[in-house]
Design a protein around this ligand. Structure first.
Ligand SMILES: C[S@@+](CC[C@H](N)C(=O)[O-])C[C@H]1O[C@@H](n2cnc3c(N)ncnc32)[C@H](O)[C@@H]1O
Length: 293
């Protein structure tokens, strides 16, 4: 893939006729092929550390060492920053995790087969059994040190979160959505995502706690983020026909929302089975009749 727009092929670069391109392989390699300053907005949810087994060699999240995990993602996101336009934004959804307490594997259950794991990483040095690792914040701070502007830590509150049988702490009902920018000044269309005021008569800036239910997506045995979480990111961070990237594409939520909103999209995914699901899903999307942006 060259950096010259005219040479880009629709198979590797989204055009108006072929607005969605999904690249199959390791994002660490494929993202290097994206031209500098070519993408407007990035929305992604990378694998969380030691939480899921995506069953493919090369998966990020299965590192035995927490530092290796953070480093792998910071490296990918450095390439994301290179590929992002100077006025671009990067929206990173990530949750915190607990130490495994010495358990070496985990069974799946009937409701959630994706919980099964053939490995569990050991407790990181300096932490104890039962500790909240804070991996979401470790990653956000590492990205900031690497050059990103960290602009917001949005709490995604999940009213319908999974119940937990734990007796000595509260049930976790939130994840983070970090907003990063490449530059000090950037594209941010706040007007299109304002909230109604309490009396319903006016509009106010969107707040940093977003209450959004998780939505089951039975075809995928892993956490899929809800379209309602992705929509405001794409609306605020891009205009019609701009290019949105998700380097950990999974079942293609970002592609589906990007298409619905009349944006082009590039997804990168390691697991070919997920790409099949994502393609089927995208083919069912109708761009909205009144595109926003
Ligand atoms: C949390 S899921 C993303 C779910 C997605 N947001 C959705 O809505 O379906 C993380 C994805 O990253 C993929 N992945 C893990 N390591 C990868 C790698 N090295 N390169 C590309 N994709 C990878 C996994 O296969 C998984 O689909």
């Amino acid at each position: 893939m060259g950096s010259n727009n005219g040479n880009r092929q629709s198979k590797t670069w989204p055009t108006e006729d072929h607005p969605l391109v999904v690249l199959h392989g390791d994002t660490r390699r494929l993202i290097r092929g994206l031209p500098d300053c070519s993408v407007q907005c990035v929305v992604t949810s990378p694998p969380y550390w030691g939480v899921r087994d995506y069953g493919v060699e090369g998966q990020i999240g299965a590192e035995m060492d927490l530092d290796d995990y953070v480093e792998a993602l910071v490296d990918v996101f450095r390439e994301v920053r290179r590929a992002l336009k100077p006025e671009g934004t990067f929206w990173l959804n990530i949750g915190n995790t607990y130490t495994s307490g010495g358990r070496k594997w985990r069974d799946g259950d009937d409701k959630n087969k994706g919980r099964a794991m053939s490995y569990r990483p050991p407790t990181p040095l300096g932490l104890k059994k039962k500790d909240l690792i804070g991996s979401a914040w470790l990653l956000a701070m590492a990205c900031q040190r690497d050059g990103w502007y960290l602009r917001n830590d949005i709490i995604w509150y999940k009213p319908n979160c999974q119940p937990e049988s734990v007796k000595d702490r509260f049930t976790v009902a939130h994840e983070y959505l970090f907003l990063f920018s490449k530059s000090e000044q950037y594209c941010f269309n706040q007007d299109v995502i304002r909230d109604r005021t309490a009396d319903g008569n006016g509009l106010k800036n969107k707040r940093t706690v977003w209450s959004i239910n998780t939505e089951p997506f039975p075809e995928a045995h892993f956490a899929v983020f809800p379209p309602a979480l992705v929509r405001p990111c794409i609306l605020a961070g891009s205009q019609l026909n701009d290019i949105v990237l998700d380097p950990f594409y999974g079942s293609g939520t970002v592609g589906a929302v990007a298409r619905e909103l009349g944006r082009r999209c590039i997804g990168i995914e390691l697991n070919n089975e997920y790409i099949k699901i994502a393609k089927k899903r995208a083919s069912a999307v109708q761009p909205s009749l009144i595109p926003v942006g």
